[in-house]
Write a protein that binds this ligand. Structure first.
Ligand code: AMP
Ligand code: TRP
Length: 326
């Protein structure tokens, strides 16, 4: 029997190259080795302000993008979190075994508190409990994520241990699977490329949009003029070259930057060309899926059925273990 993997992505906006290189590319690699379940976690995304009108479209957009980049529904399961209500049922039970102090320590909670100071809702705090429920509901063995989610997975293992020791062995403690690239910085030089900070390049971005974003992206601040030598190792454009450019081109821009042999604009043009080469096949495939909505709905319905069957088994066991039976 293959071990089971679960991972999720929020439909809080378009999927960007940080999501892809930090997480999804790794998901695709794992499909044949594990039994994989991937989820569009819509209930996680409602903890920040959003437009209901746009949200509807985004759930399907996220599902389509995942299929386009290689989450092949023939070889793994793809579904939408809100369609399997056991996720929120298990969350309530986990609420009752989680100390508030553990939640208040979470880095993502502290960041989000600052970013949405006018909307510090309870969901921002209990977010990791819903995530732990997503994972444990399927008795998941391993979870592939980017570095920003490592703390949430430690929390999930702790929660599993706490539940098991109080109510008897029920959940395995899931491993964290990090890919080769763990964190992609934003175009503004911020530590994390993120939908909410609007410092991203989307996977489906067109050629001109890519260039317009790269053109103004932050580089080594010491390079004010083309004649100033730069330090590629502190320049985010250089780290993006490592994801999209050939070894030769990486050498060229590294040396060119250090010796002021090429300017930032030229360096960005090479990156823009390579990004476009890498992303244009995704854009093409996406057009096909845009014309085939029914296929995407069928995939998600199959996924829902598969997940509901497992979820209802787990919940039966959990209700018995916690004594909610008569
Ligand atoms: P989210 O968009 O927050 O739902 O994240 C989906 C997945 O992408 C998670 O596994 C994150 O760890 C990963 N991820 C998000 N932003 C980045 C980033 N800037 N660098 C690397 N991985 C990321
Ligand atoms: N919290 C994750 C993020 O922001 C998304 C997520 C929700 C997730 N549930 C999950 C990831 C379960 C892995 C497993 O990126």
């Amino acid at each position: 029997m293959r071990e089971r993997i679960f991972s999720g992505i929020q439909p809080s906006g378009v999927i960007h190259i940080g999501n892809y290189h930090g997480a999804i590319k790794n998901w695709v690699k794992l499909i044949d080795e594990y039994e994989c379940i991937f989820c569009v976690v819509d209930y996680h995304a409602i903890t920040v302000q959003y437009s209901t009108e746009e949200f509807r479209g985004r759930i399907l957009e996220a599902a389509k993008t995942l299929i386009v980049v290689g989450i092949d529904p023939e070889r793994c399961t793809l579904f939408v979190q809100s369609r399997v209500p056991e996720h929120t049922e298990l969350t309530w039970i986990f609420n009752a075994v989680t100390p508030v102090s553990d939640l208040k320590r979470m880095t993502q909670y502290k960041d989000k508190r600052q970013q949405s100071a006018d909307n510090i809702n309870t969901g921002l705090l209990t977010y990791p409990i819903l995530m732990a429920s997503d994972i444990l509901l399927y008795k998941t063995n391993a979870v592939p994520v980017g570095e920003d989610q490592v703390q949430h997975l430690e929390f999930t293992r702790e929660l599993a241990r706490r539940f098991n020791s109080r109510f008897g062995s029920t959940f395995p403690e899931p491993k964290t699977l990090l890919g080769e690239t763990v964190r992609i910085k934003g175009l503004d030089g911020n530590a994390k490329m993120s939908k909410s900070l609007n410092n991203y390049i989307a996977l489906m971005e067109g050629k001109d949009e890519i260039w317009n974003k790269l053109r103004v992206a932050v580089t080594d601040p010491a390079r004010k003029r083309k004649t100033d030598p730069g330090n590629p190792f502190i320049c985010n454009i250089f780290s993006l070259h490592k994801l999209f450019s050939s070894d030769d081109e990486i050498n060229t821009v590294e040396n060119g930057c250090k010796t002021a042999g090429i300017g930032c604009i030229e360096c960005k043009q090479i990156l823009s060309k390579n990004m476009n080469i890498a992303l244009s096949p995704f854009r093409e495939k996406k057009k096909e899926l845009d014309n085939n909505r029914d296929y995407v709905l069928d995939v998600l319905e199959e996924g829902r059925k598969f997940c509901s069957a497992i979820a209802s088994e787990t919940m039966k066991e959990v209700r018995e273990k916690i004594g909610v039976i008569y």
